[in-house]
Design a protein around this ligand. Structure first.
Ligand code: ATP
Length: 274
């Protein structure tokens, strides 16, 4: 948990340029962020500010990167948590953590003199999933606390708070979370197409010595169905192969071997969970 938290809270300098593919998702998110950047006009028109954006899509497609880039684009403080951190072992603990998250956003914004704060909650389905058997949501303090905090966000307050949540399972979410005024903007983050895959490979090739005749286009072709996280892994594994073979640069053969390795790795992961 700590490790993951540190990773997610890491440097907030990430920009949309460092996210490969996802052109329409990036565009939609940027447009939503302009609501924050142009809040004066928004309020003049009497437009209801956006409080919550839901990013949906398969694991490793860059949802966390998108939230960070959104924070950078709006000069916001970025506070992140994962739904699994809020699982209530004792009644009230999860709710307390939600309160803490909002408090942290407000104090950090004040300290860093920023007008906006973005709170990112990954795996929102863990706290906001539909209950089976018609169990009453009234008793779910964690979710209720989140809804209460969201209802208590006012556009006139400083900092302006915006929530971004991510899930792989949008259909699992309780309707209390997705109704207007809550997470009412949904942006789909899909697996990258070939062009997107090439873009992602190029981004992760930047800090690596790649042989000039290496053909990333071919690698993009061969990595059909790979997520951004898997493509990052391909570049990393290729570098490891090249280093092990005492070569100075990453060659096509290293990239091909890396594709196989990442593909096999996925298979064994999946088998071991069966
Ligand atoms: P999860 O749902 O599992 O939390 P996610 O969608 O939030 O996944 P990220 O954590 O944003 O995925 O991505 C994991 C890593 O994969 C990133 O740190 C990055 O190295 C790489 N990555 C994923 N998508 C992209 C992308 N579109 N462009 C560049 N790198 C990417």
């Amino acid at each position: 948990g700590q490790e993951r938290k540190r990773k997610k809270n890491g440097p907030d300098k990430l920009t949309f340029e460092e996210i490969g593919g996802q052109e329409s998702a990036k565009q939609e998110l940027r447009e939503a962020m302009d609501f924050l950047n142009r809040h004066d006009e928004i309020s003049k028109f009497g437009i209801r500010p956006i409080k919550g954006i839901l990013l949906t899509g398969p694991p490793g497609t860059g949802k966390t990167l998108m939230a960070k880039a959104a924070a950078h684009y709006t000069n916001s403080v970025f506070v992140a948590a994962s739904g699994s951190e809020f699982v209530e072992m004792y009644v009230g603990v999860g709710a307390g953590r939600i309160r803490e998250l909002f408090r942290e956003a407000r104090t950090r914004a004040a300290k860093e003199k920023k007008e906006n704060a973005i709170i990112f909650i990954d795996e929102i389905d863990v706290i906001g999933g539909k209950r089976e058997g018609g169990q009453q949501r009234e008793y779910d303090q964690t979710l209720n606390q989140l809804l209460t905090e969201m209802d208590g966000i006012y556009s006139t307050d400083t900092p302006r708070i915006l929530l971004i949540a991510a899930t792989n399972r949008k259909e699992m979410l309780d309707s209390a979370l997705t109704r207007p005024g809550r997470f009412d903007r949904h942006i789909q983050v899909d697996l990258p197409d070939k062009k997107g895959r090439l873009h992602i490979l190029e981004i992760h090739a930047k800090n690596k010595p790649i042989q000039e005749d290496a053909n990333l286009d071919k690698i993009a072709e061969e990595s059909y169905g790979f997520s951004g996280a898997q493509l990052e892994s391909v570049m990393n594994e290729a570098a490891i192969y090249a280093m092990r073979q005492e070569e100075k640069m990453i060659a096509q053969k290293h990239l091909s071997m890396a594709i196989d390795k990442v593909m096999m790795g996925e298979k064994t992961d999946r088998e071991s969970t069966l």
